[in-house]
Structures are given as C-alpha cells and as structure tokens.
Design a protein. Structure first.
Length: 215
C-alpha cells in the first residue's frame, strides 16, 4: 500500500469514528448519566477513574477483544451473538445494536454496500477489514472514540469544563494503547467484565424519571 493509500484509509477510519458520523453516539452515555446523578462522578478525577475501569475491565476491553477476533477473520455471526450476550442490561444492548445499525446504514449511504446489522465494534471491524490498516491502529482509535464520547457526555452533564474533559481524555491515552496491544493477542477466552458498578448504573438508568441520554 502506498503512502497516499495509507493516508486515505486512515482518514476513512477517522471519519467513521468521528462525532460527525451519524451513529447517534452523542445520545448514549453508557450509564454515565446515572452515575453522575448518583454523585458517583462529580470531579475530573472521578471521571478519569470511572472511564479507566470501563475501558480496562468493562465494555471497552470486551469490545477491543471482539474487534481483534473479527479483524483476524473469525465468524461475525458467532461474535455478534457473544457481543449481545455480554451486554449487561437492556439499554447496553440497545446502545451497541442501534449504533451498529446506524453505522452500517451510514456507510451504505456512502458506498452503496449493503450489509446486515452488527453490534457496533463488529460493524466497525467489518468495515475496517477493507482498509488494510494495522489492527492495532483500528482497535486503538475505536477505544479512543468510545472514551471521547463518554467524556463529551460528562462535560455536558457533570458539568465539567472543556479543558478538564480534554485532560481526562489525554490521560487515558496510555491505557488505550496498552489495551489495544493486549487485545491483539487476546482470544474469546479472554473476554471478561468486572465493572459491576458501571453495569448497575446502566441498569438503574432504565428507571430514571428524567433522562437526557438513551443509556
């Protein structure tokens, strides 16, 4: 692949993972809204710790492993069933399915390629297989997009200043790099979640009287 082709492929991936791509990511908080309402997250430090746990011990890690499996060519239908089973609540399942469907529809509108809906990390992995980018790069940028969306939600709802939000996101960069490297060597047997407080928050969000976010 030439340098210009690599640049084009990278820009395509960045476009798909940007806030401008119409997946509706701005409408989902991954249970963060409940955690903020319960005052589990009130400061910049709280947010960094919460997101670190989700990335390393929750959906972030599992999404990274599922992406790595998909990028290696494992059966998407089987991985999709696993992804749905790993969703810890009705809203978490809706979050990954609705964003995955929106991602697939948006790409179809761009390219004319029709494909069945998949949970978001697998939908992105399927699309990225045609880019010939390093798997590490795809996984790391996906995790960064995931974290950035949650930082944006916290900036609006805690609220935190924009500078504080960007400090949190920058502080997560080393962890994102480590997780992406680990996921490259991971298999389905490495899938696991222990972010129980975040899972409980996502469940409690379903019964909040007033909600800004879908999850």
């Amino acid at each position: 692949m030439s340098t210009s082709e690599q640049m084009h492929a990278l820009l395509s991936l960045v476009q798909w993972l940007s806030p401008a791509f119409p997946t509706g990511a701005f409408a989902y908080s991954h249970g963060l809204e409940q955690a903020i309402a319960a005052e589990d997250i009130t400061t910049e430090q709280d947010l960094e710790e919460w997101l670190s746990d989700i990335l390393a011990c929750g959906a972030g890690w599992n999404d990274a492993v599922l992406m790595a499996c998909a990028l290696r060519g494992e059966a998407l239908e089987e991985l999709s069933d696993i992804a749905r089973a790993l969703a810890g609540s009705m809203e978490r399942l809706r979050e990954t399915e609705e964003q995955g469907a929106a991602f697939t529809e948006a790409r179809a509108g761009m390219t004319g390629e029709l494909a069945g809906s998949l949970p978001l990390p697998l939908a992105v992995a399927r699309a990225a297989q045609g880019l010939a980018l390093p798997d590490l790069q795809v996984i790391a940028l996906f995790l960064h997009s995931f974290a950035a969306n949650l930082v944006s939600a916290a900036v609006r709802f805690v609220p935190l200043g924009q500078a504080a939000g960007q400090r949190v996101l920058a502080a997560l960069h080393p962890l994102i790099g480590i997780l992406a490297e680990r996921a490259l060597l991971a298999t389905r047997e490495d899938l696991a979640s222990s972010a129980f407080r975040a899972d409980l928050g996502a469940m409690a969000h379903e019964t909040m009287d007033v909600r800004i976010f879908k999850t």
